[in-house]
Design a binder for this molecule. Sequence first.
Ligand code: REY
Length: 421
Amino acid sequence: MPLTSHRRLTVSATLIAALAAGLAPATHAFAATPREAVPTAATVPAPDMEGVTAALEAAVANGAPGAMARLSGPDGVRTRTVGVRDRVTGAPMDVRSRFRIGSVSKTFSTVVLLQLVQEGRLTLDSPVNTYLPGLLPDDRITVRHLLTHRSGLADYTDRMFADTVPGFESVRNRVFSFQELVDLSLALPRTTEPGVSYKYSNANFVVVGMLIEKLTSRPVADAYQRRVFEPLGLRDTSYVHPETRIEGRHVRGYLHPDAAGDPLVDSTEQTVSWAQSAGAVISSPADLNTFTGALMRGRLLSPAMMEEMTTVTPTDATNTRFYGLGLRRYDLSCGVRVYGHTGTVQGFYTYAFSTRDGRRSLSAMANASNRGAVNTALGGTLEAAFCGPKPAAVPSSRAASPSGARDVSSLPAERDLPERH
Ligand code: REY
C-alpha cells in the first residue's frame, strides 16, 4: 500500500519523536512487511502514564466503580488502578484480578479455528455447511464470512438485551446449546448477502464454536485449554461455561440499568451462555498482555495465518477502525497501529491490544457496562499507552493537524453507536 501524504506526515512525526528520545537508530526504525511500513515497538512513543490514569479516572467519573490498565513492553510492565473492584467490601481495583473479557474471547476462538485451518481440517473459503451440513440456510456463507462478520447472520443479542436489566436477568442462569443460539439468529432476517458488508454479530462466533467442536469432537473449553491457555501459561484464563462464578481473586461487574438513577446491578455471576465462544472467556490483565503479545509475535499461528488474520477492512467511515479475522485494528493518531479486540459483557468493558510486532501490549478494563461514556473513556488508554503525551493544545492546531483529531475517545466506541458496525 503506498503511503499517503497523511501517513507520511504522521509516520515521520513518530520517527522524529523516537529519534529525539534516542530510542532507535534510524536504520532500524521500521520493519518492512510485505504490505506496508509499520512502526515497530522501538518507534512507538513511550507511554503517557498520566494520560492512562486520566483515562481510567474518566471511566470512573462516568460511572464505573473502578478501572485498571496494564502495559507491557521493552521497558517492563506498568500498571494503574482507580476505584474499587467490589462496591460492597470496598476492595480496591487490583491488577492481578480476573474478570470477564467479553468479545476478546472472539480472538481466542479465531486462534483455535485458524490452527485447525493450518492443520488442514478446514479451509477459510469453504461453505460453513460443508462442515456442519444443513446448519445455515445459505450455502454461500463461508468460514471467512463468519470470522469477518460478513455472513449476514443477525445478532440475536440485540433483541435479547433490548431491555437491559430484564434481558440480562432472563439469561443470567440460562444454559443454551449452540444450536439454540443459531436458531435465535435464524429467526431474524439476515442483515446482508454473504460477504457483502461488515455487520458485527455474536452469531458468527457461535458458529465458530460449533465448527471447533465438530472438527475436534471435543468441547471448545478443551481446545482453548490445550491450544492457547496451556502453551502460553495463562493461569488466570479460563472458559468455565456454564459455571456462573469467577474463581479466585476477581473484579465484581456492575451493569447500569437503562433508567437513570436506578441502582447498579451486580452482574458478576452469570453463565454467559448467551455468548459462549463469542464472549465467555475469563482472564486477567497480565494474561491478556501475554495473549495479544504472543499472538502478534507469531507464537500461536503460522505467518500465512497471521497474514490472513491481520488483513483488514474498515468497520466505519473514520478510516481508523478495521476488522480482520476475529481481530480489530485501530489506527491511532500518531500513526501507530494496534491489533486486538474490545469486549462488552454485563458489568465489564475490556480493551486488549498490541503493536504489530507484539512488543507492546495494553489491557484495560472497567467494571461497568451499558454506559457508553465509560467505554469511550476507557478507550482513551489506547492513545495514552501507544501515542505518548499529547502536545500542548494550540488553539488552531486541531484543524491544521495532519492526523486530525488526536484523541480516540473523541470517536464513539463501537458499542455506543446505535447500529453496531
Ligand atoms: C450484549 C449486551 C453485549 C451488553 C455483547 N457483547 O454483545 C459481546 C461483545 C460479547 O461484543 C449490555 N448491553 C451491556 C445492553 C444494552 O444490555 N441494552 O452493556 O452490558 O463483547
